[in-house]
Structures are given as C-alpha cells and as structure tokens.
Design a protein around this ligand. Structure first.
Ligand code: HEC
Length: 200
C-alpha cells in the first residue's frame, strides 16, 4: 500500500518532469534557431535607432503613418483624435482659415471627438499652418486651357493636352475621380492639386 502510493506519486512527478525536459529542449532549440537573427538585430539598431525619425520610431509596428500629412507638431494629435470616426483624409479635403478650423474643431468636439485642450490646440495650429484657406481662385477644369492646366496644376504639357482631349471626347468632368480617369495623367499630381480644382 505504501509502495503503491509512492509509485503513483513517482508517476505523477514523472510526467511533468518529462514535459519540462521537453520544454527546455524546445526552448533551447528556439534560442539556437533565432540566435543569428538576435545577433544581427543587436548589432544594427545602435546606429539605426539614432537616425530613425522620432515619428517613425514611436509608431507601433503596422500602424498607418499617413505620409500624405506633412510632419510637424500636431500631426500625431490629429491622427490620434481625428481618425476615430472618419479617415483623417476627410479632415483635409479642403483648406480653411484658422477661424474656420476652430469652428470645425468645436463641431467635432460636439460630435464626440475626444482630446485634451493641448491636443485641440496642437491640431488647430497644425491645420491652420498646413491647410489654410485657398488663396487663389480654383481653376475650372471643364473650361481651362491646356496652358492653364500646366501653369496652375503643375501638370506637364502632355498631361494637360490629354485632359483637354479627354474632355472634348467625353464631356465635362464631374469630380476628381472623373479627372483621374484620363489616361497618362499622374493621379498623385491631381490629388495634390485637388484644392485648386473646381468643376464649374
Ligand atoms: C466622434 C466622431 C468624430 C470624430 C472623433 C471627429 N469627427 Fe469629424 N466628422 C464627424 C462626422 C459624423 C462628420 C460628418 C458630418 C456631416 O456629414 O455633416 C465629420 C466630418 C468632418 C469634416 C467634414 C466637414 C464638416 O464639417 O462636416 C471635417 C473637416 C472634420 N470632420 C474634421 C475633424 C477633425 C479635425 C477631427 C479631430 C479634431 C474630427 N473631425 C474628429 C465625426 C467625428
């Protein structure tokens, strides 16, 4: 009876021990397998991490960095506070005066945007600086000449010609998406010029 219990006890112990042994062996194998990678990443960061911009370093891996927004004070706050309900790209669809931005921020706070006073001040300064009210009147792409398209929208002569030809063949553009359908025109240039374009 006494012997039996001690055998049972020994059996109880044996299993966890062999599991443990297994785990140790496994983790040793893992350490071995990944050792070279560790060694590599240990040697590079000392130089890389000092040269990496703070914004990139502070963004957790996989988080969108919104390259379309110029870097500067207030960008991080804007992305954090203003991307909860809609894309922050909606925020910059059109520039406006500082007073206009102030109204927008109050409107968004009323809708439930959450941030500290410091956050909102940083966002206001960022938006007022980077997305002011358009100063030049917009160019109507449905009436513009190729020369105007070149001069005001920073397009090449070939791109401007393509837009005018497409308009003559297909009728007026109704939206930026319409305009982006024109073959051989750099869509990123059109996106960059969006605030300068009108359709009537
Ligand atoms: C709690 C949700 C929420 C948050 C957070 C939020 N918004 Fe909005 N925002 C909305 C809604 C809803 C609309 C659409 C309003 C409409 O269609 O009338 C909108 C629309 C907008 C527009 C389009 C023009 C307008 O006034 O309707 C701008 C610009 C804008 N938001 C800016 C911001 C900024 C800047 C922030 C950060 C401070 C922000 N939003 C954060 C809910 C939010």
């Amino acid at each position: 009876m006494k012997l039996n219990t001690s055998i049972a006890a020994a059996e109880k112990w044996l299993r966890p021990v062999s599991v443990l042994a297994c785990t140790v062996a496994l983790s040793a194998a893992i350490t071995l397998t990944f050792a070279p990678t560790h060694a590599q990443s240990n040697t590079t960061p000392s130089t890389t991490s000092t040269t990496t911009p703070a914004t990139t370093a502070s963004a957790p891996a996989g988080q969108k960095t919104y390259p379309e927004f110029p870097d500067g004070p207030g960008k991080d706050e804007l992305i954090r506070v203003c991307s909860k309900c809609h894309s922050p790209d909606n925020v910059i669809a059109a520039g406006q005066s500082r007073a206009g931005w102030q109204d927008t921020l109050e409107d968004m706070a009323g809708r439930g945007a959450e941030g500290s006073d410091d956050d909102f001040n940083a966002i206001l300064n960022y938006l007022a600086k980077n997305y002011p009210a358009p100063t030049a009147p917009r160019l109507n792409v449905n009436a513009a000449t190729a020369a105007q398209l070149v001069a005001q929208l920073m397009l090449t002569q070939a791109e401007a010609d393509a837009i005018v030809q497409y308009r003559q063949a297909n009728g007026n553009f109704k939206s930026l998406d319409d305009l982006k359908k024109v073959p051989n025109v750099d869509a990123s240039k059109l996106a960059a010029a969006a605030a300068k374009i009108s359709f009537n």
